[in-house]
Design a binder for this molecule. Structure first.
Ligand code: 5GP
Ligand code: ZN
Length: 128
């Protein structure tokens, strides 16, 4: 799908949210799947052979805020992640799906996003 050709959504005027700007087509991204309410695109700095970010198009700061405000939309993010995992060939060997939330998790972009990681053994869940 060509960048910048994703319907009529526009980031709110003055938004400085990176992922809202990707949704609006104002910043390019490699989109792998789009639904009416979600977008999946490749991470710019992949940590695994497959590293896709799955977001709600609507802005929520993190997954907790999203889940409280709109559990149905949170489910749609999970459903999109599952379809992308299938399309990326990850369902046989498995994958990791994670939402960094807040400072202890090192969240850097404050627009809720799932990291879909796979394509090779991912190692232990946490490095200490
Ligand atoms: P967080 O640390 O907030 O959980 O994850 C943010 C992710 O966004 C990081 O993995 C980072 O590589 C990715 N990222 C940051 N800027 C961009 C960008 O401009 N485009 C894309 N596709 N990914 C980005
Ligand atoms: Zn946003």
């Amino acid at each position: 799908m060509p960048d910048g050709d994703r319907g009529t959504y526009h980031a709110p005027m003055g938004t400085d949210c990176l992922f809202c700007r990707i949704v609006a087509g104002e910043i390019p991204a490699t989109i792998v799947r789009e639904t009416a309410t979600t977008l999946a695109f490749r991470d710019i700095d992949p940590k695994a052979p497959v590293h896709v970010l799955v977001i709600p198009k609507e802005h929520y700061a993190d997954v907790a805020t999203l889940a409280e405000a709109d559990p149905g939309l949170a489910g749609e993010v999970l459903a999109t992640a599952a379809v992308v995992a299938e399309e990326e060939g990850l369902t046989g060997d498995g994958f990791r799906l994670m939402f960094n939330t807040g400072p202890h998790a090192g969240q850097e972009v404050f627009h809720a996003h799932a990291h879909l990681l796979g394509g090779a053994p991912l190692g232990p869940m946490l490095c200490r």
